[in-house]
Ligand binder design. Structure first.
Ligand code: A2H
Length: 255
């Protein structure tokens, strides 16, 4: 917060299939044939090859907002308002809300994850630590390179029944995408194991792991997957971001 501007990339994850719990709300709000996108905000667009699921806060209230006749975004109200002043909606300051849903209502939704190795889609899953006041309130999960994401998918798979999800939704293969000298080719799992982090609630250790993973990935990381394989992360970050924007799968979002 404060005076610092955070430059996010908003990723457009197109809904392929809604869960039963959400269908009635959607049918009443979104015209047949129009696309709805979950829009996570990320600081690491170069990791999108490794997406295995996408998180929402189960207790957070979200809206579906109309961007055009055939495009609707699933976001927090707060993010929609900000986007309306960044020319992401066609009319300045206007962000038409067509539906309201709790995160819990959309668990299990199947969405497309642009660039991901999991090209048949990934699931929307719950993450208790998603903040309603940051980004879009939607977080795409890259467990190979984000300690928070890794700790969460391990916990979800362990307690699938408790969370009311299918275990396999949390267990999509974690493919190495970035190599670093200190942590090998699976930075987040390596750090989580080294630091003996047992739960997504180990906030202090996860914050430390996140810092280490972020710094090492940015300054020392090398792409070992995708179009920019062999390039340093510092270069690939902008190249992947631009490729996602050019293909219509992402846009810039600041706050
Ligand atoms: B990052 P900053 Cl691979 N609540 O994307 C909790 N976390 C959120 C969030 C919210 N409302 N909105 C975004 N985020 C996450 C990828 C990634 C991210 C990797 C590694 C590190 C990493 C895949 N998840 O972030 O507080 C998003 O996760 C560590 C810096 O604004 C977003 O980027 O600095 C990052 O936190 C934004 O965090």
């Amino acid at each position: 917060e404060g005076i610092n501007v955070q430059e996010y990339t908003g990723i457009k994850m197109k809904v392929l299939e809604w869960p039963e719990a959400a269908k009635k709300t959607i049918q009443g709000a979104v015209p047949e044939g129009a696309n709805v996108y979950f829009v996570p905000a990320t600081l690491r667009p170069e990791t999108m090859y490794g997406q295995t699921c996408c998180f929402v806060g189960p207790k957070i209230t979200y809206g579906i907002f109309k961007v055009s006749d055939n495009e609707y975004f699933f976001l927090s109200d707060r993010a929609a308002r900000n986007m309306a002043f960044q020319s992401i909606f066609p009319e300045w300051g206007v962000f038409p809300k067509v539906a309201e849903l709790q995160g819990a209502d959309v668990i299990g939704t199947l969405v497309n994850a642009p660039l991901s190795v999991h090209s048949n889609g990934v699931r929307i899953l719950p993450m208790e630590t998603v903040k309603a006041t940051k980004g879009t309130g939607v977080v795409t999960s890259v467990p190979s390179d984000s300690p928070d994401d890794y700790a969460t998918v391990v916990d979800l798979a362990k307690k699938a029944e408790y969370y009311g999800i299918k275990k396999e939704w949390a267990e999509l293969e974690i493919v190495p995408i970035i190599e670093t000298p200190s942590y090998g080719n699976l930075t987040a799992p390596t750090l989580v194991k080294q630091m003996k982090i047992n739960s997504p609630k180990d906030a202090k250790q996860l914050a430390e792991a996140k810092e280490l993973a972020y710094k090492e990935g940015f300054y020392q990381g090398k792409m070992i997957y995708g179009e920019f394989k062999g390039r340093p992360v510092q270069e690939a970050k902008e190249l992947v971001r631009q490729a996602l924007i050019d293909s219509g799968n992402a846009f810039n979002y600041a706050e």
